[in-house]
Design a protein around this ligand. Structure first.
Ligand code: PLP
Length: 407
C-alpha cells in the first residue's frame, strides 16, 4: 500500500475542488520552454507591422527605428547579465550560441592548442558540438560528476594541459537544476589563462548571473527559457581582460560585429530585451515564490514511498526538482498523467529517445533509477493549486503503476 502524502486532506474532494480552480493541463515543463510573458508579446507586436524595417538598413526611418529597438534590447539583455551591450551577439538560440562559442574558439585559438575540457552532464548542444570538434582533430576531456551532479574541481585542474584552450561548463543543469560553482571554475581557468565558456540557458533570468563577478568569458543563453520568444538567443563575448576572439560560423553581411551574419530577427530580439527587463525586475520575487512551491511539491512527493531527489539539494535552481520513483517506469508515469499534467523525464531534445538520461547516468545512477525519474520544472505562472493537484495525480498514478494486481 502506498502511503499518501496528502492524507491530511480529503484527496478526492480536494481534487474536484482543485479541478474547478485551475486550467488543465498544468504546465510543469518550464525547463523545456516557458510561456511568452504577455508583456513580451505586447512589446514585440509593433515590430511585425508598424516598425518592420531591416535593422541593417542605414538610409531610412524604417531601418533606423528597427536598429534603435535592437540596441535597446541589447542594453536590456546586457543589464541582466552585467555585461556591456557591445559584448552581446544575437543568435537564433542557445544551440547556435553553443556552436559558435566552441567551434569559434577552436578555430581562432588553433595555434595555441586543440584541447577542450567539458562536463559529462552538459546539454547535447555542447556535447554534440564537442563530438564534432573531436572529428576535426580536437581533443576533449569529459569530466565526470559526483552523485550530486557536481563537478570535481581537483579533477578539473588535473585535466588541464599546455594545449587546453577552453573550459566549457554549464551554469545550471537542465534536467536536475544543479548549479555548478562558476566562480571557482573561473579562478582555475584564470590561473592557467584558459578561456571559460558557460552554457547558462537555465540560469539566466532565474538566478542572479553576472559575467564579471562569475568570471565567465563567453556565455550562451536563450529567450524562450525566460518567458521570451523562441528562435532568439545570445552569446556574451568578453571584450576586455581578456578580449575574446571568435571565428564566425555563419558568414555573410557582417552583422553582429562580424561574428554572426544574417538579417536580425527584430521582433524576437525586442521580445528578448523585454523578457530580460522583466526578469531583472522580477527575478528575486519569482525565485522566492517558486522555491516555496517547489519545496511544497518536493515535500509531498517525498511522502510517497520510495522516492528520492536527484541532484544536490542545496545547490539547485529554485524552481526545479528531479525525482526518482522506485519500481516505476517514468514513461508509464508520464502516460498516466499527461492528459492533465505536462511534465518530462529530462531534456526536451532527447525526450523521444528511450536511452536513460546521460545526466543521471553520469551521476552514477542505475538504468532503473534513471528510467524511474521525472523532472518537474515550475515557472512564473505556476500556482499553489496546480502543485496540489499535481501531487494528487502523481500519487494516484504511482500507486496504480506499483499495484501488482493484474488489470
Ligand atoms: N543548453 C541548455 C542547457 C538547454 O537546456 C537548452 C534547451 O533545451 C539549450 C542549450 C538549447 O537552447 P535553444 O532551444 O535556444 O537552442
Amino acid at each position: 500500500m502506498v502511503s499518501t502524502g496528502l492524507k491530511f486532506i480529503k484527496p478526492f474532494g480536494l481534487l474536484l475542488c482543485l479541478q474547478h480552480m485551475i486550467k488543465l493541463p498544468v504546465y510543469l515543463d518550464n525547463n523545456a520552454t516557458t510561456m511568452c510573458d504577455p508583456r513580451v508579446v505586447e512589446a514585440m507586436l509593433p515590430y511585425f507591422t508598424q516598425h518592420f524595417g531591416n535593422a541593417a538598413s542605414r538610409s531610412h526611418q524604417f531601418g533606423w527605428s528597427a536598429d534603435a529597438a535592437v540596441e535597446l534590447a541589447r542594453e536590456q539583455v546586457a543589464m541582466l547579465i552585467g555585461s556591456e551591450p557591445k559584448e552581446i551577439v544575437f543568435t537564433s538560440g542557445a544551440t547556435e550560441s553553443d556552436n559558435l562559442a566552441i567551434k569559434g574558439i577552436f578555430e581562432t585559438y588553433a595555434a595555441k592548442g586543440n584541447h577542450i575540457i567539458t562536463l559529462a552532464t552538459e546539454h547535447k548542444a555542447v556535447l554534440d558540438t564537442c563530438a564534432h570538434i573531436e572529428k576535426i582533430g580536437g581533443e576533449i576531456t569529459y569530466l565526470p560528476v559526483d552523485n550530486n551532479g557536481m563537478v570535481n574541481l581537483a579533477l578539473l585542474e588535473a585535466a588541464i594541459r599546455p594545449t587546453t584552450i577552453l573550459i566549457a561548463i554549464m551554469y545550471a543543469n537542465n534536467e536536475t537544476g544543479v548549479v555548478q560553482p562558476m566562480q571557482q571554475i573561473a579562478a582555475i581557468a584564470k590561473k592557467y589563462q584558459i578561456l571559460f565558456f558557460s552554457d547558462a540557458v537555465q540560469a539566466v533570468g532565474k538566478i542572479p548571473v553576472n559575467v564579471l563577478s562569475d568570471g565567465i568569458d563567453i556565455m550562451a543563453f536563450t529567450a524562450h527559457k525566460m518567458y521570451g520568444p523562441k528562435g532568439v538567443g545570445a552569446l556574451y563575448v568578453r571584450r576586455k581582460n581578456p578580449r575574446v576572439k571568435l571565428t564566425a560560423q555563419i558568414d555573410g553581411g557582417g552583422h553582429e560585429r562580424n561574428m554572426r551574419s544574417g538579417t536580425l530577427n527584430v521582433p524576437a530580439i525586442v521580445g528578448f530585451g523585454k523578457a530580460a527587463q522583466v526578469a531583472f525586475k522580477q527575478m528575486a520575487h519569482d525565485g522566492v515564490r517558486l522555491q516555496d512551491l517547489r519545496n511544497r511539491l518536493e515535500k509531498g512527493l517525498l511522502l510517497i514511498e520510495d522516492t528520492q531527489i536527484n541532484g544536490n539539494p542545496q545547490l539547485r535552481l529554485p524552481h526545479v526538482t528531479n525525482v526518482a520513483f522506485k519500481r516505476v517506469d517514468s514513461e508509464g508515469l508520464l502516460m498516466g498523467v499527461n492528459k492533465n499534467i505536462a511534465l518530462s523525464s529530462g531534456s526536451a531534445c532527447t525526450s523521444a529517445s528511450i536511452e536513460p538520461s546521460h545526466v543521471l547516468k553520469a551521476m552514477g545512477f542505475s538504468n532503473e533509477r534513471a528510467h524511474g525519474s521525472l523532472r518537474f520544472s515550475l515557472g512564473r505562472f505556476t500556482t499553489a493549486e496546480e502543485i496540489d493537484y499535481t501531487l494528487i495525480q502523481i500519487e494516484k498514478a504511482v500507486a496504480k503503476l506499483r499495484d501488482p494486481t493484474p488489470r
